[in-house]
Design a protein around this ligand. Structure first.
Ligand SMILES: Nc1ncnc2c1ncn2[C@@H]1O[C@H](COP(=O)(O)OP(=O)(O)OP(=O)(O)O)[C@@H](O)[C@H]1O
Ligand SMILES: [Mg+2]
Length: 372
């Protein structure tokens, strides 16, 4: 469960991207987390010189984060603000922080993954939809669920579809938000969020990148997580699992091995659902979904495309379709007679775009699935 370069890179990229856009408040938590991650990587590095370099890099990221603080404060009017006013701002921000959504994605919009759908129906939909039966057979209701699998396989889509199928309100929360500027306010904000969710008759709380919810050591930020993580776990354990009130906590991750083991104990994220890469049938449906509404030449063979794209994720196939469509589009913009998308366009883009998930990564997921 060591920090990985992949996590580090993701956090760093997000931080730098926010920084580039002048979003100092948004950049800061990512930069701090990236620095923490780099420190962990450095600690495990046996090569002294590399360790030194990695440490220096972590310090640079921390400096950038501090700089974000200064710039954000300057952006807020320059003068040091008094505590009362800051509290006021935190209050209003806490309300902004609670993002409510009413998603409109249905299970039918998700290609393939029939086993995942069945598992979700059994664990999350039917108990709420048939409360008397659930009670009669002692089927447990609600609670915490972990969706895990490679990137781009539809985990976020599933979270939305679950909320939609239950006709529940979805609350979206991220560890980065918790880490961000409510040091000292985080607990209140978490409580507000769960209270708001409990006030609805049906709600789904969705936390993406849930593996970032790890109580880390060192520095002020870490103590935030040290307090907030147990609080969240306690909230999940405390969901009164009554069939007439849908209350679900959904966590999603593509690094399940990075999760704090405490999160997986019974009563917490105890239902674990693997969202794998699409099989050939699902890939066929994905091509149908993403090419279906575009002009296609007669030679386009979806079954063949499905066969050629073993290892591609749903998001990859969506990207292939878009890229294939851009070829005749660009030609027609340049003055050619508009033509349909041909099989040659599709084979060319398949050759250009390799799958984003390696078979090694897939093995890693399968191993983790087998062990837990
Ligand atoms: N099974 C699927 N059916 C339809 N579209 C899909 C499917 N899987 C992926 N997609 C497409 O890929 C996009 C990315 O999917 P999504 O965001 O749900 O992936 P994810 O598993 O949450 O990825 P990440 O781990 O990177 O967050 C979706 O918006 C959708 O367009
Ligand atoms: Mg996602």
């Amino acid at each position: 469960m060591a920090a990985t370069f992949a996590t580090f890179k993701r956090l760093k990229d997000k931080g730098l991207a926010a920084l580039q856009q002048g979003d100092y408040v948004g950049a800061r938590p990512y930069l701090i987390q990236a620095a923490e991650c780099m420190i962990e990587i450095a600690e495990e590095n046996k090569d002294a010189k590399q360790r030194e370099e990695q440490g220096a890099y972590a310090r640079e990221l921390m400096d950038l984060a501090k700089d974000c603080d200064r710039r954000a404060a300057r952006g807020g009017g320059g003068a040091r603000r008094d505590r009362a006013r800051e509290d006021d701002e935190n209050q209003s921000k806490a309300e902004d922080w609670i993002v409510r959504e009413k998603p409109t994605i249905h299970f039918d919009d998700i290609a393939g993954l029939d086993e995942v759908k069945d598992e979700i129906r059994l664990k999350m939909l039917y108990p709420f939809q048939h409360p008397e039966l659930a009670q009669r057979y002692g089927i447990s209701v609600g609670g915490g669920v972990l969706l895990y699998g490679p990137p781009g396989t539809g985990k976020t889509m599933f979270a939305k579809a679950i909320a939609c199928e239950l006709d529940a309100t979805m609350f979206v929360i991220s560890p980065a938000q918790i880490m961000s500027k409510w040091v000292g306010e985080a607990e209140q904000n978490v409580r507000k969020l769960f209270d708001a969710a409990k006030a609805e008759s049906k709600s789904v709380i969705f936390m993406d990148e849930v593996e970032a919810l790890v109580p880390r050591r060192r520095d002020q930020q870490s103590t935030v997580m040290q307090r907030v993580v147990p609080q969240i776990l306690q909230e999940i354990e405390g969901f009164d699992r009554q069939a007439d009130r849908a209350l679900l906590f959904l966590g999603a991750t593509n690094e399940p091995w990075g999760l704090d083991p405490a999160m997986l104990r019974p009563g917490r994220l105890d239902a674990k659902i693997y969202v794998p890469l699409p099989d050939a049938t699902a890939r066929f449906k994905l091509f149908e979904l993403y090419l279906g509404k575009r002009p296609l030449a007669d030679d386009v063979n979806l079954a063949q495309l499905a066969e050629k794209t073993a290892g591609y994720s749903g998001a990859d196939i969506k990207a292939l379709a878009e890229r294939a469509a851009s070829r005749p589009f660009l030609e027609s913009v340049a003055g050619s007679e508009p033509r349909s998308i041909s099989m040659a366009d599709l084979t060319a883009v398949i050759a250009e775009l390799p799958p984003s998930v390696s078979s090694k990564d897939v093995e890693k997921f399968e191993r983790w699935a087998g062990e837990t």
